[in-house]
Design a protein around this ligand. Structure first.
Ligand code: SAM
Length: 232
């Protein structure tokens, strides 16, 4: 069964209202009709299902018959991505991060970022589409930070790991971080990488440098490889 998305504000008194693109997709593309059963996630860990009771031009009303709650994936992974110049590569990284279970995603500027801004609305739409495709119930929050320092400072509880090709730390074991509900901040640089100065600032903040193998990966590939180490 296809999955649809409605935020908690559209779920009230035993009914869900699909709006906008979600309603259009169900009625026009999937040709859903009154009485058909749909599955809907709220992005906050709940999955609902039930029959369509009413279809209007822009909305679909579903009566909730069943609901389930799913706990969020552990450890709590936040991916930090330096802005990549090519939009489709950044979008790929966001899509894969959602599929792989990132709880939050941060996009940041750094010394070697070439492009200054990103279309956050596009990234949010990609994230919604990725939770539906991967049958997840949790929609990651996507935030923009003026620089990576701001992102790290906003996550004081998290263990910060920085993907870097040249690592002088002791090799680390991802399983050490899988225990309990640790918060992990996984930072990946832009196509130009992190500068030497940024790396020393990361270290001063207590971050750990992590190698993802002997060969250089594109930033979006590094994000996928990094997150995959923590798949449960
Ligand atoms: N010229 C850049 C440099 O010297 O750092 C290459 C940057 S790479 C294309 C983009 C980002 O992917 C890096 O900043 C790093 O975070 C990550 N990355 C790529 N390959 C990696 C590897 N083998 N180990 C760890 N991180 C890697």
């Amino acid at each position: 069964m296809n999955s649809y998305y409605a935020p908690p504000s559209q779920i009230q008194n035993g009914f869900i209202e699909l709006r906008g693109q979600e309603a259009k997709h169900a009625s026009k593309v999937m040709r859903a009709a009154e009485g058909d059963c749909l599955s809907v996630v709220d992005g906050r860990g709940r999955r609902y299902s039930g029959p369509i009771r009413r279809i209007t031009k822009n909305t679909i009303q579903i009566e909730i018959e069943k609901q389930q709650r799913e706990t969020a994936t552990k450890p709590a992974l936040t991916l930090g991505m330096g802005i990549i110049k090519k939009r489709d590569r950044l979008e790929f990284a966001v899509e894969k991060a959602v599929e792989l279970g990132a709880r939050n995603i941060g996009i940041f500027r750094s010394e070697h970022t070439i492009k200054e801004n990103v279309r956050m609305d596009r990234l949010e739409a990609i994230a919604v589409s990725a939770i539906k495709q991967s049958l997840r119930c949790w929609l990651p929050e996507i935030s923009f930070y003026r620089d990576w320092q701001e992102m790290v400072d906003r996550h004081p509880e998290a263990h910060c790991l920085v993907a870097h090709e040249k690592v002088d730390d002791e090799p680390y074991q991802p399983q050490d971080y899988k225990k309990n509900d640790q918060q992990m901040l996984l930072m990946v640089g832009p196509e130009g990488g992190f500068s030497a100065d940024e790396i020393s600032q990361f270290k001063k903040k207590g971050a750990r440098l992590v190698s993802l193998g002997s060969y250089r990966l594109r930033a979006e590939t590094a994000a996928v490889a990094f997150l995959s180490q923590f798949l449960s």
